[in-house]
Design a protein around this ligand. Sequence first.
Ligand code: NOJ
Length: 514
Amino acid sequence: MQEWLKTAVFYEIYPQSFKDSNGDGIGDFNGIADKLDYIADLGCNAIWMNPCFDSPFKDAGYDVRDYRKVASRYGTIEDLQRLIEQVHARGMHILLDLVSGHTSEEHEWFRMSGQKEPNEYSDRYIWTDSWFQRAEGFPYIAGERERDGAYIINFFKCQPALNYGFLEPKEHWQKPIDHPACLATRAAVVDVMCYWLSMGCDGFRVDMADSLVKNDDEVKSGTCLVWKDMFAKVHEKYPDAVFVSEWNNPASAIGMAGFQMDFFLDWTGNGYNLLMRDYDLSGRDDSYFKVSSPRSICDFLEDYLPKYEAIKDKGLYCLITGNHDMVRAAYNLDERELKLAYSFLLTMPGAPFIYYGDEIGMRYQDLTGKEGGYTRTGSRTPMQWDDSLNHGFSDADPSCLYLPSDCASGAPTVESQRRREDSLYHTVKELLRIRRKERALAAHDNLEILFADRNRRSFAFRRGNMIMLCNPSGSAETLPVDAAGSKQIYAVGTGKSEGAGYVMDAQSFVICRK
Ligand code: NOJ
């Protein structure tokens, strides 16, 4: 694993909404460059930026029309190069977003692929042999192109799936993964990666990384083979390139495919969701960090631990505060609950990812969908910097913003959070300072659960010489954890060592150094 990853803390930027430098109402590369000092000062040393390539934006840029062009709304390629240089000048790193499973239906490859006359791109996408032959088991579209056939899509209608083949082809139109056309798809995507690595980016977050090979088996052995091959080719030229997968199965992604990092994602009912997002419309909220929740940490650990154990010496299973696809954490958690949740996320193994604005508790907005965002749109609103026009995001008339800024009373801003000493922002900053300073927190294979009980709300874990204790409930709990002789270096709420136990007051989180 690349050395810098061991101490990496990522900041995710949705470029549309971070900082608008030219007053057109939408964020851009120069705006991000202006705010790099803010990101560094917060304590993040790496960036993941959502797609910034030429696109009709029917899925916020996850529908790429030209992989080698930047979207003009974010600036020029020179602006992006300058941004990358400025990131590096601060000793930071930046990952771009690679959409490898599909393109936009407006991509030139797809235009060619849909032509009646066979050509170089005919099999770049997955077509059946005639328009009335259904691609059974897959979402498919017919009736759009002159070619007689139906094609498989990967996500929305506008995103035809690239052809990496089928693990076990069953129909004539299904190609094996080593078919020349599928190898050509791989080569084309390798070219795209090398192109941006040659521009200086440090690697990629890979969209739907598990979606490449169709009819793949449970562990996705076909998709893993394809990634291994593509990584080998990329690493020949760029040995330091790093990749984080949107996969949520580190045994496959890290263990077999060769990614360095995988995300723990918000899948219904899984361990990650149980931490912060286990609620429904009836008002029930059983998220672990909700004060009123009955949940024990064991539900999270049952899902997390086996996945972590499987790859802990090979790569990073990464915890996130949220992302552009999730409802913001501040939707259901108040500031105290967020402080506890972040204390946990930022002291666990893996490289943590902070979604822009989560560090100040930006709120979820109830908005009409934009660019295919639907319910995700409310988590993609402009960053709130200060109390000036549009919270300092843009000089544009408010009616011209990409999305409206949160102008309801109490909207948090960086400025207001900086002013208040006990704010969420200062908590995040302090946690990241501690994470930087304490070597044990940077390691990735040293997690040891000290106390977790199905019938209790509190729990404790150790990483080397650091002990973390947490009680998210509304009443004090004593944990059978002997931390005598250790020094408390951080606390939300209060806790103290008492005999062979540790008394944790309501809603508290403590870090001790042995
Ligand atoms: C996952 C991305 O995070 C999401 O925003 C996008 O809509 C889909 N993949 C399709 O690319």
